[in-house]
Each structure stands twice: as structure tokens, then as C-alpha cells.
Design a protein around this ligand. Sequence first.
Ligand code: ATP
Length: 355
Amino acid sequence: MEIRIEHLTKDYGKTRALSDVSLTIQDGELFFLLGPSGCGKTTLLRSIGGFEQPTSGRIFLGGEDVAGKPVHERNTAMVFQGYALWPHLTVRENVAFGLEMQKLPKAEVTRRVDQALRDIQISELADRKPGQLSGGQQQRVALARTLVVHPGCLLLDEPLANLDAKLRRDMRLEIRRICKENHLTAIYVTHDRAEALSMADRLAIFRNGRIEQIGTPEDVYRHPVNAFVANFIGETNLREGTIAHFRADGSAVVETALGNLVCSTVPATRKPGEKVLLSMRPEAFRKCDAKEENSFTMTLRHIDYLGELADQIGETADGKLHKFFEINPRGRAVPGTVIRLSIAPEDIICLNDNG
Ligand code: ATP
């Protein structure tokens, strides 16, 4: 079911929760809403589900304008942060509830409920009541209950928030598999960027009720439009510079406090003399010995040794702190050590604006 949002604005009194949001989500797409607390993600989800009335703008579900349509006529199903399970029904009865409302044959209900309990790894809890479950188990029941009805559009508000790290990772794969196998259109709200990067077909980054960027995870991670997005979707080092000149291969030489950096992501429309803001991810650097192109030194100040990588912060010649992830460190570095780092021209991302 295609979802089209046109110029949606939602005010709660003086608070503008959504500000002129337009967005199209394709049929069968797994779409993520990502952004800091209070940026309007839940408000958008609740507006699509019919739990909130927009102040202005329109929502189309499967091509139909759903203004004024009640929740139960929208062919959407929402998994809330607060679960909302029936306390007097068992897990199996909770999961079966929606299918029984649809008056499906008993054998079909049993088959689909068994499958959902297996998919979400709660078969052994089938006969318990919600009061006998942990928060994470209740969360999984809420998920199974929603997935089992195969709604036209699935609305998920932090559905994995209460699970431990290992289960979260398993569930990511399961939810994505279930959505894809059943060709579900799903909108998924999260704070967890790893969840979004690993599961999403596309994602939108929100700030203050507006969309900053929409794209595939790779697009947004590799080509953030501004400093806010670059910082939100990952860690980065931001550096200002001035374009010195363009080389014959189209890359730009940018003067920075780290020295001249060759950068292949500066648009050809930019001019020598213009200021640019560069984003460099901590994992994009590698240690090198000799002074080579795009290299500089820093003095290590802080080292977090994590086994597969060392998360390091150093100080560069201009006194700024610089983050570097050393992959597969052979030992534990010592603060005060001077190291030389280099970066490839395509890993220096020229941002569109400083926002
Ligand atoms: P979180 O990640 O913390 O859940 P969010 O991005 O989902 O945040 P929303 O819950 O959509 O953000 O809230 C957006 C803004 O609207 C916030 O400033 C919030 O305080 C405000 N808001 C949300 N619901 C209401 C309400 N019922 N009444 C008044 N203000 C509200």
C-alpha cells in the first residue's frame, strides 16, 4: 500500500510537532523515521494511523485520502511503545484476536498464530497471560499480534526498545524477513541508528518537525547533506576549509588546518575561494608511516580498546580533537603517542550546508 503525505503540519497548542512534511513511501517498502527525541516521529506515525488529526495537509493510503477516517477503517496496524495487550487473554489468544475479528476459518487462525509465535520466538509462552511476562516478552507478543493480521501498512514505534542486545539483532532480521515475505509496507520509528541502517529500504532523518534528508541507508551514511545528518547517522569529524583549486581529474584541493586535502566530493559548481565544510568518518582513516597525500599527524589523548577496534581520540596540530577507529588493532596504544593518519579523497565528504 503506497503512503503519500502532502504538506502535513501538526500543532499541539503552541508546539509545532510536524512542519509541512511531504513524503511518499512505496508499496512494500520498509521505511524508517529517525531523529532526536521530540522531533515529531511518533506524531507522524500516529497521524497516519488515525490517532491524531493533522492541523493541515493530507494523507493518502493506497491512493485514498483518509481525512476523517477512523483508526479501524484505515487498514493500518500499529505496534505501540506501551504494548496494550489484553491482560485476561493468553499470549495465543492475544495474537489470535485480530484474525478472529476478521472471522477467518479456525484452522487458518491456528496456522497463522503458530507461525507468528515461531517467527517471534515466543511459542513456549503461548499459554501465559501478559502479567506473567517480562517487558521484552510482552513487546514480542505485541509485535506478533500485529504482524499476524498482515495489515496494508504496519506502523512500528520502537518495537524492539525493551529487548536485550542479542535479541534485538535477531529480531531485526526477523521483522525484515516477515515484512518482505508478506510484501508489507511498514513505517518504523527508532532512535537506534544501527537498527535503521541494517533494516531500512529507505529512511528519513527528522529535526524539529521537518525532514532533513531521505535516502537509502548507504546514501544517507555516505552522503549526508549537512552536519546534523552526518552526526546523527554516525560519528564524524567536521573540518572547515577553503577550495584552493580543482585538479584535472575533477577533485578539489581544499586548504584546511590539517593541511591541503584532496577531496573528490566537492561539486563542480563550487568555486575556488569558497568555504566548504568537510565530514570525515572515524573509520575512514588508516594509519600510515610516511608523509603522503591527505595525511596528517595527531597526538593520542584517549584510547578505548574494544578488541575488534580501538576507538581513539587525538589532538591535531591546531588543537582540535579528532576521532579515529583503528580496525583490528595489534595492541593497545598509549596516550601521548604521535600517529599519522591518511584518508582517501572519496571519503572526505563535502556537505551542502553547515546545518
Ligand atoms: P521521541 O523519540 O522522544 O518519542 P518523537 O520524535 O516521537 O520523540 P513526538 O512524540 O512526535 O516526538 O513529539 C513531537 C513534539 O510534540 C514534542 O515537542 C512533544 O513534546 C510534542 N507533543 C507530542 N504529543 C503531544 C501532546 N499530546 N500534547 C502536546 N504536545 C505533544
